[in-house]
Design a protein around this ligand. Structure first.
Ligand code: FAD
Length: 457
């Protein structure tokens, strides 16, 4: 491959990298994007998309099981894992092809190979030097483990969990965060026994407490076990399974242990520090404009400390391209990035929790309203319970929205606009939500906070 020069070189073709490449190209820059595996990265190939396909297949299995409740005679004969795999990989392949075509159509040059940063303007790929007036680092993340916990065999990460060719009888899941509870949800729907181990006092511990408690109640009803506020101590494995020991001496036997304790930034041995890019615990140190300590080199996505989410990576990629083009884009702080856990039930939020709002503004300055989905006809039809909680500043804007229930993730589109636009409940309450929709639950909370509840006391 010959040496090549571009206005912008992007290292890594995942959500953050390809978003930066597409936007930069749209803004008239020539762009070279280096990818060592497949464009689309973790989200498309090993993360968001395949897991959501699994969760949808799980929903279909549950719908068959529960069909009698709706007057439909259906029985669940079983889960055909090969069939689920065909469905899942088919979706990924289609989206991968679409993305490749889009990059080509937008004149982004994709360079295959592993890149290494050698200076503020150069990346080495094999024998070739790829030069950019500016460089964006977007190398993503990997599944972390705990000190002394060796991965392999029956001790797996989300990558191997996706590719399992069978439904295990019993799985232990280490970590009650997003990835852990999503896989627990899938496996339970597919017929496995599941136990989640979480060191913090709640499942999805970063969420509003009412959501964590709601998910715990729902999982108890579904027969998903969890052990909270207890640390993992050790694990052994043999041909027949794993034995997990907790710090109180309790043991859990299972076929597999899924380690879902977070993701580490993929920044080692890529030349970053040698070239002058400062790292902090592996994450690239950036200023609020996402520029690293090496002028002209930016970082986006999971290698930037904070929420590791695909849509945050997209936003950061677009932001950096516009920043380089001199458009002075607006900063979206992490707290205002929507967060969705696609378990059954779903958990979704944006903005401040009530506790954080009180911490920031004081108890007397914060109001909230929690609308139960029991008062929402669409949720009743769908057979889901849950709630939507809106937190506002007293006589001020909406600060946060937090929901739990089937399909509640869809509400976060409206919620993130309200929070980011700092809308007042009084201003948005008059606007109309279609009936019957789950969006009405959000509308009811706005109405209540504006002092004029409709379907609530
Ligand atoms: P990545 O997508 O990891 O892309 C980095 C790319 O860089 C990779 O393609 C890699 O091959 C390439 N690369 C690395 N080093 C080099 C090199 N030296 N040279 C060339 N190429 C290189 N997020 C959501 O928003 N919603 C979800 O539902 C969701 N579900 C998830 C489920 C799972 C199981 C997992 C693991 C993650 C999930 N995520 C989800 C998180 C999401 O996948 C990440 O936040 C997102 O992919 C980060 O994008 P990125 O561009 O920073 O990194």
């Amino acid at each position: 491959m010959p040496d090549q020069s571009f206005d912008l070189v992007v290292l890594g073709g995942g959500s953050g990298g390809y978003a930066a490449a597409l936007r930069a190209s749209e803004l008239g820059m020539t762009v070279g994007m280096i990818e060592k595996d497949k464009v689309g990265g973790t989200c498309l190939h090993r993360g968001c998309i395949p897991t959501k396909a699994l969760l949808h297949a799980a929903e279909i299995a549950d719908a068959a099981r529960e069909s009698e409740h709706y007057g439909i005679r259906a029985t669940l004969e079983g889960v055909d894992v090969a069939g689920v795999t065909t469905y899942r990989t088919g979706i990924v392949a289609k989206k991968h092809k679409g993305l490749q075509s889009l990059l080509k159509a937008r004149n982004v040059t994709t360079i295959e190979g592993a890149g290494r940063l050698t200076s503020a303007t150069t990346v080495q790929v094999g024998d070739s030097v790829i030069t950019g007036k500016k460089v964006v680092l977007a190398t993503g993340s990997y599944s972390r483990s705990l000190p002394g916990l060796e991965l392999g065999g029956r001790i797996i990460t989300s990558e191997q969990a996706l590719d399992l060719e069978y439904v295990p009888k019993k799985v232990a899941v280490l970590g009650g965060g997003v990835i852990g509870v999503e896989f627990a949800s899938v496996w339970k729907s597919f017929g496995a026994d599941v136990v989640i181990i979480e060191a913090l006092p709640h499942l999805v511990p970063n969420e509003e407490e009412v959501l964590s408690k709601g998910l715990e109640r729902a999982y108890r009803r579904r027969g998903i076990e969890y052990k909270l506020g207890i640390r993992f101590s050790s694990v052994t494995q043999d041909d027949s399974g794993v034995v997990v020991t907790l710090e109180n001496g309790d043991t859990i036997e299972a076929d597999l242990l899924l380690v879902a304790v977070g993701r580490g930034p993929f920044t080692q041995d890529l030349g970053f520090e040698q070239a002058g890019v400062a790292l902090d615990r592996g994450f690239v140190t950036v200023n609020e404009r996402l520029e690293s300590s090496l002028p002209g080199v930016y970082a986006v996505g999971d290698i930037v400390f904070g929420l590791q989410l695909a849509h945050r990576s997209f936003q950061q990629g677009i932001f950096v391209a516009e920043e380089i083009a001199g458009l002075n884009p607006a900063i979206v702080s992490d707290v205002n990035v929507p967060r969705i856990t696609y378990s059954d039930p779903e958990v979704a939020s944006v903005g401040l929790t009530e506790a954080k709002a009180v911490e920031q503004y004081g108890r007397d300055e914060v109001q909230s309203y929690d609308f139960s989905l029991a008062g929402n006809a669409r949720s009743e039809i769908l057979g889901t319970t849950g709630s939507v909680k809106v937190v506002r500043r007293k006589d001020g804007p909406v600060l946060g929205v937090h929901g739990i229930g089937s399909r509640i993730g869809e509400l976060i589109g409206e919620a993130q606009l309200v929070v980011n636009w700092e809308a007042y409940p009084e201003d948005i309450a008059p606007y109309i939500h279609g009936h019957p929709t789950q969006h009405e639950a959000l509308g009811e909370a706005f109405l209540a906070l504006a002092g004029k509840p409709l379907h609530a006391l």
